[in-house]
Design a protein. Structure first.
Length: 228
């Protein structure tokens, strides 16, 4: 098996294979298995930094207003106690959600399909054979993690069932997405190669054009890995 694997925990106790609803059929190989990076998830999905900036701006405005009203700096800063408490609680909850989401998520790529095991409270497993995937993409982040959206050729999965493992703002036709995957370029190339070998020559031609450092870019900034 190529790649890293998320260590089995209590959430996998009732699975015949961690992350999979059943043992792999004879002849099917697991190529990669991993989970989102919790820090990247907190920043890019739960927007912890943006929330922190919001509270910082609100606090700055509050202090500036207090100083303009003639209060001293100590009194102005003392008035931030409630705001700081609310900010700490909000940011702490978002970080906790990111950690729980990363811990309870397991993505699996085999030579025939992609399997997404997700859900903090209610566990769901989405089984996506390569035959259902019309195209795959990659958006790489500066820290080496990245998102891999999968456009489905047939009936899609409800956005609410997928979130946060869904491509943002694709509400009408939701796209499952492997979020904040470590070493995303390598995983994306592995997915493209496996998808191409399964779906035939046209897809293989696309896969062969994927470069290690700078794969084919779309106008929206997303890299096209494979597509019909």
């Amino acid at each position: 098996m190529d790649g890293h694997r998320h260590g089995p925990g209590p959430e996998h106790d009732y699975e015949p294979v961690p992350g999979l609803p059943e043992a792999l059929p004879s002849g099917e190989r697991m190529l990669w298995q991993g989970a989102p990076d919790a820090r990247s998830l907190a920043r890019r999905v739960f927007h912890v930094r943006k929330v922190a900036v919001y509270f910082a701006v609100v606090g700055g405005v509050q202090v500036a207003g207090a100083l303009a009203d003639g209060e001293g700096l100590r009194e102005a800063l003392g008035g931030l106690t409630l705001l700081v408490s609310v900010a700490a609680l909000a940011i702490g909850l978002l970080v906790l959600l990111a950690q729980l989401s990363a811990r309870t998520t397991l993505y699996t790529i085999t030579d025939r399909r992609v399997v997404m095991r997700v859900g903090i409270v209610l566990t769901m497993t989405f089984n996506l054979p390569f035959s259902r995937i019309a195209s795959a993409g990659l958006r790489q982040h500066g820290d080496g993690t990245g998102d891999l959206p999968l456009a489905l050729g047939e009936a899609s999965i409800g956005y609410a069932h997928l979130w946060p493992h869904a491509r943002p703002w694709r509400l009408g036709r939701p796209e499952p997405m492997l979020r904040c995957v470590p070493d995303a370029v390598r995983v994306g190339r592995l997915l493209a190669d496996a998808w191409a070998q399964t779906t035939g020559g046209a897809a293989r031609a696309v896969s062969e054009n994927v470069e290690a450092a700078a794969p084919r870019q779309r106008p929206d900034g997303q890299t096209a890995l494979a597509g019909r």
